[in-house]
Design a protein around this ligand. Structure first.
Ligand SMILES: [Fe+2]
Length: 223
């Protein structure tokens, strides 16, 4: 889960050919299903459920023509802004799994409203998943803050490619420590382009990836 495979609607896949190439590679690597999550961000990516689900249908049609067997579903990766709070109140949030919602934060500063938004999500019956928890500079080694998220009912998602050092050594170390603590609930590719899949392939023997996949309660197994 967590990828950007619908062409032309965010900073992920640029064309249907791109999308098919990435989905073919997922299938070759042994993946059975992907939950793709285009960005929704009020300033940059004004994606509505209609745009995302319409794009999903086109991808499915192209996959059928190519004979691709991997399953694909779509939800979204919501950037925490005022627009997201409005969508929560209007119950217009795209979900996957058991009413799960993927959301991300700014990489610059911890948003002051993060706890309010989490409260609103949970009050409306959603199960929030915080995207790539290991990547936010302001949460590196901030174990109390991360534990507080868990206590509030937020599930934590890790990018598999963080284990490669792709996002820098501190993020790699953070990813390993989160896995060692058993704090990761769900793992994702955050795949934007074919390079991310080549990285996934190179991580197939990574011990921390094997450790997190072996966790009985890893959400991926139930999606
Ligand atoms: Fe993403």
């Amino acid at each position: 889960m967590h990828s950007h495979l619908i062409p032309g609607i965010d900073d992920g896949s640029k064309s249907m050919e791109d999308s098919l190439m990435m989905l073919r590679k997922f299938e070759q690597l042994g993946y059975q299903k992907v939950v793709t999550t285009p960005h929704v961000m009020s300033d940059f990516y004004k994606n509505t459920p209609e745009i995302i689900l319409g794009g999903l249908e086109k991808v499915r049609e192209a996959m059928a023509k190519e004979g691709l067997k991997i399953k694909i579903e779509a939800a979204a990766e919501y950037y925490l802004d005022f627009h997201f709070d409005d969508l929560i109140k209007q119950k217009k949030v795209l979900t996957f799994g058991q009413n799960h919602v993927l959301f991300e934060l700014s990489f610059n500063d911890e948003p002051p409203r993060v706890k309010d938004t989490i409260f609103n999500l949970i009050t409306e019956g959603y199960k929030p998943i915080l995207a790539h928890i290991e990547r936010y500079p302001f949460y590196i080694n901030q174990w109390d803050k991360i534990e507080d998220f868990k206590e509030r009912g937020v599930l934590l998602q890790l990018n598999i490619n963080s284990l490669s050092g792709h996002y820098g050594p501190p993020v790699k170390k953070m990813a390993e420590q989160l896995i060692d603590r058993g704090w990761i609930d769900v793992i994702g590719s955050d795949c934007h382009h074919i390079g991310h899949l080549q990285m996934l392939e190179s991580l197939r023997t990574n011990p921390h990836l094997h450790k997190v996949v072996a966790q009985e309660n890893l959400l991926n197994k139930f999606l």
